[in-house]
Design a protein around this ligand. Sequence first.
Ligand SMILES: Cc1ncc(COP(=O)(O)O)c(C=O)c1O
Length: 370
Amino acid sequence: MKQFNEPIYVTRPYKPQKEKLFKYLEQVLDSRYYTNFGPLHNLLEERLRQYLGVKHVILTANGTLALQIAYKALNVKKKAISTPFTFIATVSSLIWEGIEPVLADIDPHTFTLDPDKIEKNIDSDVTAIVPVHVFGNPAPVEEIEYLGKEYSIPIIYDAAHTFGVNYRGKSLSSYGNISILSFHATKLFNTLEGGAIVTNNDSIVDTVKAMRNFGITDSQTGEIKTIGINAKMNEFEAAMGLAVLDDMEYIISTLRKNYNIYKELLSDYLEFQVIRDHTDYNYMYVPVLFPDEESVMRVKNELNKHDIYPRRYFYPSLDTISFIKSLCKCEISRRIASTILCLPNYVGLEEDTIVYISDIIKNTLKDIKK
Ligand SMILES: Cc1ncc(COP(=O)(O)O)c(C=O)c1O
C-alpha cells in the first residue's frame, strides 16, 4: 500500500506565493484598514472585473450571501425554479428568503437543468429561474435566456464553480441578470471565504452595493434606503484573492493536466460529465458516474482504506430532503446523485497518485464484476 504524507482529499486549497501574500498582509496591518471597502478590496474588485471581462463585480463575504442579495435585488418572491442537483446553498438560500423552490429535473449527461422541464414548471407565481453551472459546466444559457425573455422572469445563475470558464468566448459569469460566484477556500479561485455578484446591469448596482452593507446607501451621510445585511469582504480575504489571482493560468493548466490523465485512464470504465460545446473549461472537478450505488460505495470504501477521500458530490438529490417540499420526484437527479463520485484534483496532486487512484478504481470494479 502506498503511504502518503497526508490524506488525499477531493481538493486542497491553493497556496499562493508566501512573499506576495505577506506583502499585502503587511500593508493591511500597517494601514489598520481591515474591512469596509479598503484599498485591497477595491483593487480586487477592479482586477476581477477585468479578468472576467464584465461590467460590475461586487464582492461579498461568501457565495450564499451573494445569492440572497441577488434574490432581494431582483425582487424574487413566491416561487423560483431551480435544480435538485446542486449544493444545498442554492436552494436553502431561496427558502431562507421565503421563496418556494420549484425543482425541475436535469439532463443526465451535462447534469444541468433541462430547459423543457423548466418551462413546464413556469406559472404566474414563478418570479425567477436559478440554474446552476454544475461543476463549471454551462447550463443551456441560450434556451434559458429565451425562457426568461418569453415569460419576463429574471435569471440568476449560481456560477459558484465557474471561475475561469468561458462560454462562446466570454466569461460564463457574464450570462443572466446576475451571476453569483463563490470564493470559498476549496474553490479554484479563493479568498478564504468570499463571493461576488456579477452583473452587466447598471440599474441594480447601487442597490446591490447598499444591500451588502446593511442597506447604507451613503456612508458619509449614513443614508439608508433599502433593507440590507452584512455581506462585506474584508481586507485579509481580498489580500488572499489578489495573491491567488496572478496564478490562475498555472492553476487551470495544472488541473487540466490532472483531469486529462484521469480521463485517459478511466474513460473506458466510467462515464464523465459531458462538457457543453464552445466551453473553455476550468477542470476543477472530476465527477465520474459509476454503474450503480453499490459500486460507488465499494470504490469509495476501498479508496478510504488507502487514505484517499473522494466526495459524493452532490448527494443526496435535493428533492429528497425533508424540508424542501418538492413536487418533482427528480429521477435523473436521484440517479446521478447516487452514482457519482468527485475524484481528487488540485495543484500539488502527483501524477503517480492519479494513476494509483485510477488503478484502485479499476481493480475494485473488476472485483465487483467477478
Ligand atoms: C453550487 C454552489 N452554490 C453555492 C455555494 C455557496 O458558496 P459559499 O460557500 O461561498 O457560501 C457553493 C459552495 O460551496 C456551491 O458549491
